[in-house]
Design a protein around this ligand. Structure first.
Ligand code: SF4
Length: 288
């Protein structure tokens, strides 16, 4: 996986952000990074939030000239605009999306991201990807505030057409390092919930994984389904000068152990907000 950093700017303020408090040593040059990408590699655009760049579609088109597959790692908020999704897909048919979903309800997700309304946009973004028949998978960081709700998060991502779902415990990095006691969960407490989430994913036909990735490639759970072009194995590398990023370990927050009385399951959400689940092109094969 060839990581192309596009900057640390983000429109979320996740309490668990591994990059919280970091500043880039210099302005990233994604075009230069793309020129250095080995032909046939998997190119992953990482931030911050890549969709904040006005030239992301141009960068995707550039990557399309040499990459076997392209991944955009995103919080999914801008994908709520269907025209923008279409623009990215037009730039490359090989583009796929790794979308961070931090809860099964607006209060849970928005609490973790620190932005009111972010849940609605991210869910709408996933619905748009499904409607556009784009490949998308979901990542969720397990925090002290979310570990009891993993089954519901998995149900929601399955209902939104995700091809896989990665669950990773929050790590004491970035903002989470300052609040580890209230963010980072104890493994012995999370384990039964993770096992239930994996079992629920199996029941729903959704691959759910959880692990501490050994390297960057293992962090991109959806890449297991990407066939490299030209039979070349994807390369694992790190962009020069960039802090190593463990995608599946992106931390989630957990401030003050919020107990949400209005927590909704994916099925309940579908009943309440059916427009979020509308599939203009009809359901995907194999997904209801
Ligand atoms: S974890 Fe990701 S979405 Fe959240 S603030 Fe950090 S870069 Fe943004």
């Amino acid at each position: 996986v060839w990581l192309v950093g596009v900057g640390l700017a983000c429109n979320n303020r996740c309490v668990f952000c591994a990059q919280g408090g970091l500043s880039a040593p210099s302005e990233p040059d994604p075009r230069r990074a793309l020129e250095a990408a080995p032909p046939g590699s998997v190119v992953a655009f990482v931030g911050g939030e890549p969709t904040l760049r006005a030239d992301l579609a141009e960068l995707v088109a550039l990557a399309d000239q040499r990459a076997a597959a392209i991944v955009i790692q995103t919080n999914g908020r801008r994908l709520a605009y269907r025209g923008y999704v279409d623009e990215l897909l037009a730039a490359s048919p090989r583009v796929s999306f790794e979308v961070a979903l931090q809860g099964s309800s607006a209060p849970m997700h928005d609490y973790h991201t620190g932005v009111a309304g972010s849940f609605g946009q991210t869910v709408k973004g996933l619905a748009n990807l499904r409607s556009a028949r784009a490949r998308a998978w979901v990542t969720t960081v397990i925090t002290r505030s979310s570990f009891r709700h993993l089954v519901d998060v998995v149900r929601l991502s399955a209902s939104l057409g995700a091809t896989a779902h990665a669950l990773s415990p929050a790590a004491a990095l970035g903002r989470a390092a300052e609040a580890a006691a209230r963010v980072v969960p104890a493994p012995e407490l999370t384990r039964p919930h993770v096992e239930r989430a994996i079992a629920e994913g199996r029941r729903l036909g959704l691959r759910v994984i959880t692990h501490e990735p050994e390297g960057v490639a293992e962090g991109f759970v959806g890449l297991g389904e990407v066939a490299p072009r030209g039979g070349e194995a994807p390369l694992v590398s790190r962009e020069e000068g960039r802090v190593s990023l463990r995608v599946a370990s992106r931390p989630n927050p957990g401030l003050g152990e919020v107990r949400l009385r209005d927590k909704r399951s994916g099925d309940e959400l579908r009943a309440i907000l059916p427009m979020l689940f509308e599939d203009q092109a009809g359901p995907r094969p194999g997904r209801g």
